[in-house]
Design a protein around this ligand. Structure first.
Ligand SMILES: NC(=O)c1ccc[n+]([C@@H]2O[C@H](COP(=O)([O-])OP(=O)(O)OC[C@H]3O[C@@H](n4cnc5c(N)ncnc54)[C@H](OP(=O)(O)O)[C@@H]3O)[C@@H](O)[C@H]2O)c1
Length: 332
């Protein structure tokens, strides 16, 4: 089948003929119709994740899929051929920039009925990230104040909508040209990160979802109220992540060290810092489907590429210039 692969880190994504996926007894084989592109794909291509995610090369890239079930393993109970599904496959089994992909049943969900394949393919990784940040780790409650950084981006555009649904007052950072767009998504306060300093304008926040790291994260700690929490998805990784990621003791030590400064700063301010590394979850995607079909969450597809344009689609992530997500149409 056709797929887009890397055979060496840092080399451009290229098209290849690869073997059909192996379908385990608890897997579904999915015909890929649409595959969302993520910054994670580019970071994997560049080798930035090779310690944490030690993939065997050649590797089919791609972390998001929407498509149709072609066949299922003998122990699969919840899906049948013809079902329209979406998923972020488990991190060990990525490879959605391909005509077909095998996905564990536990990572799969029926796609929202109201969403097109492109819309559904744009959602899994970013919507699961938003869910795990705001619902699981953030425990957002009605009346709380939440700051979502980079509100016009893939994660931000879904996180704003989810935080509003959870009853929060939502602030976000975006370019001035995206102010109306993020307000339409539900943002109550919009800060132009190019001309304004959010630290001077915000205070007493319960939660920050930080997708930029560095200075942005340090400043985010200072707008939290005592007991507040910053959740970082751009790093640095923290000891809890090092424990659960199954890393060797040396790497665990190194990773713990990476976040020691920011955790110390947080402690001094009476707030906390947690890293989030999203994970696959069919259960959470089912809840996300319900919210999409109820009109609570609106997928944001900013750019659609053909399958053959996968390399330039990946490059487009760095260039930006569109809202929400870029998606590949794989088969019609
Ligand atoms: N740890 C995890 O599990 C996890 C999961 C998902 C994503 N991530 C990471 O989170 C980051 C964001 O992911 P994404 O998919 O949302 O990226 P994205 O869609 O590429 O984000 C692009 C957006 O970033 C905004 N932006 C750029 N600089 C900014 C700044 N200084 N302040 C505020 N906004 C800024 C831009 O806003 P304007 O267009 O308005 O200028 C643009 O809309 C990436 O580094 C990604 O790898 C991590």
């Amino acid at each position: 089948m056709r797929a887009f692969v890397i055979t060496k880190y840092k080399e451009p994504l290229r098209e290849a003929e690869v073997a059909e996926p192996t379908v385990g007894e608890r897997d579904a084989l999915v015909q890929v119709h649409a595959a969302g592109l993520n910054q994670l794909d580019e970071k994997i291509r560049l080798g930035e994740f090779k310690q944490i995610l030690p993939y065997k090369l050649q590797l089919v890239l791609g972390n998001d899929v929407a498509g149709t079930v072609l066949s299922v393993g003998e122990k699969v109970k919840g899906f049948k051929p013809g079902d329209e599904v979406y998923a972020r496959p488990n991190q060990d089994r990525i490879g959605t920039f391909a005509e077909r992909v095998a996905i564990a049943e536990e990572d799969l969900a029926l796609k929202p009925e109201s969403a097109t394949m492109e819309e559904a393919g744009s959602l899994p990784l970013v919507a699961l990230t938003a869910w795990q940040a705001l619902v699981e780790q953030g425990n957002v409650r009605p009346g709380q104040k939440v700051l979502i950084h980079a509100g016009a981006g893939g994660v931000g555009s879904i996180a704003i909508q989810l935080a509003k649904h959870l009853g929060a007052t939502v602030a976000t950072t975006a370019s001035s040209s995206n102010a109306g767009f993020v307000r339409d998504l539900g943002a109550d306060v919009v800060i132009d990160y190019r001309t304004q300093d959010f630290e001077q304008l915000l205070g007493g926040y319960d939660l920050v979802l930080d997708s930029l790291g560095g200075q942005n994260l340090q400043k985010s700690l200072r707008i939290l109220k005592p007991g507040g929490k910053a959740i970082g998805i751009a790093g640095p990784p923290d000891p809890a992540f090092a424990r659960t990621a199954g890393l060797n003791p040396l790497l665990r030590l190194v990773i713990t060290g990476l976040s020691s400064k920011i955790r110390k700063q947080a402690r001094k301010l009476g707030v906390s810092y947690e890293f989030l590394f999203m994970r696959a979850s069919g259960d959470q995607l089912r809840q996300i489907s319900a919210l999409v079909d109820a009109g609570v969450l609106r997928p944001v597809v900013g750019k659609v590429f053909t399958f053959g344009q996968a390399p330039e689609a990946l490059q487009s992530l760095a260039a930006g210039g569109f809202r929400g997500k870029a998606v590949l149409t794989v088969t019609g």
